[in-house]
Design a protein around this ligand. Structure first.
Ligand SMILES: [Zn+2]
Length: 220
Protein backbone atom coordinates (compact mmCIF):
# COMPACT_ATOMS: atom_id res chain seq x y z
CA UNK A 1 0.00 0.00 0.00
CA UNK A 2 1.19 3.50 -0.86
CA UNK A 3 -0.58 6.82 -0.35
CA UNK A 4 -0.66 7.58 -4.09
CA UNK A 5 -2.50 4.30 -4.73
CA UNK A 6 -5.28 4.91 -2.20
CA UNK A 7 -8.75 6.06 -3.26
CA UNK A 8 -9.25 9.80 -2.83
CA UNK A 9 -11.44 9.43 0.27
CA UNK A 10 -8.80 7.40 2.14
CA UNK A 11 -6.07 9.83 1.11
CA UNK A 12 -8.18 12.62 2.58
CA UNK A 13 -8.83 10.71 5.81
CA UNK A 14 -5.12 10.13 6.45
CA UNK A 15 -4.27 13.72 5.48
CA UNK A 16 -6.83 14.97 8.02
CA UNK A 17 -5.54 12.55 10.65
CA UNK A 18 -2.00 13.80 10.21
CA UNK A 19 -3.22 17.40 10.44
CA UNK A 20 -4.85 16.50 13.77
CA UNK A 21 -1.61 14.89 14.99
CA UNK A 22 0.36 18.01 14.04
CA UNK A 23 -2.11 20.02 16.13
CA UNK A 24 -1.82 17.63 19.09
CA UNK A 25 -5.23 15.97 18.63
CA UNK A 26 -5.99 12.31 17.97
CA UNK A 27 -5.30 10.66 14.61
CA UNK A 28 -8.93 10.02 13.73
CA UNK A 29 -10.82 11.37 10.70
CA UNK A 30 -13.89 10.63 8.61
CA UNK A 31 -15.36 11.75 5.29
CA UNK A 32 -18.77 11.43 3.67
CA UNK A 33 -19.05 10.71 -0.05
CA UNK A 34 -22.02 11.07 -2.36
CA UNK A 35 -23.38 8.26 -4.55
CA UNK A 36 -20.62 8.99 -7.12
CA UNK A 37 -17.80 8.82 -4.58
CA UNK A 38 -17.21 12.57 -4.34
CA UNK A 39 -16.27 13.85 -0.89
CA UNK A 40 -19.11 16.10 0.31
CA UNK A 41 -18.19 16.45 3.99
CA UNK A 42 -15.32 15.72 6.32
CA UNK A 43 -14.36 15.86 9.96
CA UNK A 44 -11.30 15.28 12.07
CA UNK A 45 -10.63 14.81 15.74
CA UNK A 46 -9.97 18.14 17.47
CA UNK A 47 -10.15 16.95 21.08
CA UNK A 48 -6.86 18.57 22.08
CA UNK A 49 -7.43 21.92 20.34
CA UNK A 50 -8.61 24.99 22.17
CA UNK A 51 -10.08 26.68 19.08
CA UNK A 52 -13.36 24.74 19.40
CA UNK A 53 -15.94 24.86 22.21
CA UNK A 54 -15.86 21.75 24.41
CA UNK A 55 -13.20 19.95 22.37
CA UNK A 56 -13.86 16.67 24.23
CA UNK A 57 -16.86 16.19 21.93
CA UNK A 58 -15.04 17.23 18.72
CA UNK A 59 -14.87 13.71 17.26
CA UNK A 60 -14.21 13.02 13.58
CA UNK A 61 -17.44 11.25 12.60
CA UNK A 62 -19.66 13.64 14.55
CA UNK A 63 -17.88 16.58 12.89
CA UNK A 64 -18.28 15.05 9.42
CA UNK A 65 -22.01 14.45 9.96
CA UNK A 66 -22.56 17.91 11.46
CA UNK A 67 -20.59 19.50 8.59
CA UNK A 68 -22.74 17.86 5.91
CA UNK A 69 -24.60 20.62 4.07
CA UNK A 70 -27.98 18.89 3.82
CA UNK A 71 -29.54 21.84 1.94
CA UNK A 72 -27.09 21.17 -0.87
CA UNK A 73 -26.87 17.41 -0.33
CA UNK A 74 -30.33 16.26 0.86
CA UNK A 75 -30.14 12.61 -0.22
CA UNK A 76 -28.51 11.42 2.99
CA UNK A 77 -29.44 7.76 2.65
CA UNK A 78 -27.39 7.52 -0.56
CA UNK A 79 -24.20 8.75 1.07
CA UNK A 80 -21.41 6.76 2.70
CA UNK A 81 -19.48 7.68 5.83
CA UNK A 82 -15.89 6.42 5.69
CA UNK A 83 -14.31 6.18 9.13
CA UNK A 84 -10.70 5.33 9.92
CA UNK A 85 -11.73 3.99 13.31
CA UNK A 86 -14.93 2.37 14.57
CA UNK A 87 -17.20 5.17 15.82
CA UNK A 88 -17.61 5.67 19.57
CA UNK A 89 -20.96 5.80 21.35
CA UNK A 90 -21.44 9.51 20.59
CA UNK A 91 -20.50 9.22 16.90
CA UNK A 92 -22.62 6.07 16.48
CA UNK A 93 -25.57 8.00 17.91
CA UNK A 94 -24.84 10.97 15.66
CA UNK A 95 -24.83 8.85 12.52
CA UNK A 96 -28.09 7.16 13.54
CA UNK A 97 -29.76 10.52 14.20
CA UNK A 98 -27.94 12.32 11.36
CA UNK A 99 -29.50 10.10 8.72
CA UNK A 100 -26.36 8.26 7.58
CA UNK A 101 -27.20 4.73 6.49
CA UNK A 102 -23.95 3.42 4.96
CA UNK A 103 -20.74 3.19 6.96
CA UNK A 104 -17.33 1.83 5.95
CA UNK A 105 -14.80 1.32 8.76
CA UNK A 106 -11.07 0.53 8.56
CA UNK A 107 -10.14 -0.41 12.16
CA UNK A 108 -12.20 -2.16 14.80
CA UNK A 109 -12.12 -0.66 18.30
CA UNK A 110 -12.82 -3.30 20.94
CA UNK A 111 -12.51 -0.75 23.75
CA UNK A 112 -14.25 2.42 22.58
CA UNK A 113 -16.16 1.26 19.53
CA UNK A 114 -19.95 1.22 19.74
CA UNK A 115 -21.30 -0.09 16.44
CA UNK A 116 -22.53 -3.28 18.15
CA UNK A 117 -24.91 -1.15 20.20
CA UNK A 118 -27.02 -0.39 17.12
CA UNK A 119 -28.39 -3.92 17.27
CA UNK A 120 -29.28 -3.54 20.94
CA UNK A 121 -31.65 -0.66 20.30
CA UNK A 122 -34.83 -1.44 18.39
CA UNK A 123 -35.02 2.24 17.47
CA UNK A 124 -31.51 2.26 15.98
CA UNK A 125 -31.78 -1.21 14.43
CA UNK A 126 -34.86 -0.15 12.45
CA UNK A 127 -32.80 2.51 10.64
CA UNK A 128 -31.24 -0.26 8.55
CA UNK A 129 -27.67 1.01 8.77
CA UNK A 130 -25.29 -1.01 6.58
CA UNK A 131 -21.79 -1.38 8.01
CA UNK A 132 -18.80 -2.61 5.99
CA UNK A 133 -15.62 -3.61 7.85
CA UNK A 134 -12.48 -3.41 5.73
CA UNK A 135 -9.70 -5.96 6.06
CA UNK A 136 -7.17 -4.69 3.54
CA UNK A 137 -4.42 -3.15 5.65
CA UNK A 138 -6.09 0.23 6.15
CA UNK A 139 -6.86 -0.78 9.74
CA UNK A 140 -3.15 -1.26 10.39
CA UNK A 141 -2.49 2.23 8.97
CA UNK A 142 -5.25 3.70 11.13
CA UNK A 143 -3.78 2.18 14.28
CA UNK A 144 -0.24 3.11 13.18
CA UNK A 145 -1.25 6.78 12.87
CA UNK A 146 -2.91 6.64 16.31
CA UNK A 147 0.16 4.99 17.80
CA UNK A 148 2.48 7.66 16.39
CA UNK A 149 0.28 10.30 17.98
CA UNK A 150 0.36 8.62 21.40
CA UNK A 151 4.11 8.03 21.26
CA UNK A 152 4.64 11.72 20.46
CA UNK A 153 2.28 13.26 23.03
CA UNK A 154 1.18 10.75 25.68
CA UNK A 155 3.48 11.06 28.69
CA UNK A 156 1.48 8.76 31.01
CA UNK A 157 3.26 5.36 30.68
CA UNK A 158 0.40 3.39 32.22
CA UNK A 159 -2.22 4.96 29.95
CA UNK A 160 0.04 4.67 26.90
CA UNK A 161 0.62 0.98 27.54
CA UNK A 162 -3.08 0.34 27.91
CA UNK A 163 -3.91 2.23 24.72
CA UNK A 164 -1.28 0.42 22.66
CA UNK A 165 -2.60 -2.91 23.94
CA UNK A 166 -6.08 -1.85 22.79
CA UNK A 167 -4.74 -0.74 19.38
CA UNK A 168 -2.90 -4.09 19.03
CA UNK A 169 -5.96 -6.31 19.44
CA UNK A 170 -6.64 -6.29 15.70
CA UNK A 171 -3.70 -4.32 14.28
CA UNK A 172 -0.52 -5.35 16.07
CA UNK A 173 1.75 -4.79 13.08
CA UNK A 174 0.44 -1.26 12.61
CA UNK A 175 1.34 -0.48 16.22
CA UNK A 176 4.79 -2.06 15.83
CA UNK A 177 5.42 -0.14 12.60
CA UNK A 178 4.66 3.14 14.38
CA UNK A 179 6.99 2.22 17.24
CA UNK A 180 9.77 1.50 14.73
CA UNK A 181 9.21 4.78 12.85
CA UNK A 182 9.17 6.90 16.02
CA UNK A 183 12.23 5.09 17.41
CA UNK A 184 14.11 5.81 14.19
CA UNK A 185 13.82 9.55 14.78
CA UNK A 186 12.54 10.16 11.22
CA UNK A 187 9.20 11.26 12.59
CA UNK A 188 10.63 14.62 13.70
CA UNK A 189 11.10 15.77 10.10
CA UNK A 190 7.63 14.46 9.22
CA UNK A 191 5.71 16.50 11.80
CA UNK A 192 4.22 18.76 9.14
CA UNK A 193 0.63 18.59 7.83
CA UNK A 194 1.93 18.21 4.25
CA UNK A 195 3.90 15.11 5.20
CA UNK A 196 0.89 12.77 5.49
CA UNK A 197 1.82 10.85 2.28
CA UNK A 198 5.40 10.35 3.48
CA UNK A 199 4.21 9.21 6.91
CA UNK A 200 1.76 6.70 5.46
CA UNK A 201 4.32 5.35 2.99
CA UNK A 202 6.93 4.93 5.74
CA UNK A 203 4.45 3.15 8.01
CA UNK A 204 3.17 0.96 5.17
CA UNK A 205 6.70 -0.06 4.20
CA UNK A 206 7.53 -1.13 7.76
CA UNK A 207 4.18 -2.91 8.17
CA UNK A 208 4.80 -4.88 4.97
CA UNK A 209 8.17 -6.04 6.32
CA UNK A 210 6.53 -7.08 9.59
CA UNK A 211 3.87 -8.99 7.67
CA UNK A 212 6.69 -10.76 5.80
CA UNK A 213 8.43 -11.59 9.09
CA UNK A 214 11.47 -9.40 8.39
CA UNK A 215 13.57 -7.42 10.88
CA UNK A 216 12.54 -3.76 10.83
CA UNK A 217 14.67 -1.93 13.39
CA UNK A 218 16.47 0.88 11.71
CA UNK A 219 19.75 2.43 12.85
CA UNK A 220 19.49 5.54 14.98
ZN1 LIG B 1 -16.59 9.53 18.53
Amino acid sequence: MRYAELPQHWQRIFALEWLSVCKGSKAIAAVITDENGNIISEGRNMTCERTVPNPAAAHAETEAIRNLDTARYPDKQAYTLYAGLEPCIMCMGTLVMGGIRRVVIAARDEFGGAMHLIGQSEFAARKGIRVTWLSDGLGDMQRAFQTVRELLYNDDPEKLGRMLRDFSVHNENGVRAAQTLVRSGRIVQLLDPDAAPAVLDALAEITEKLNDGLQTDEPG
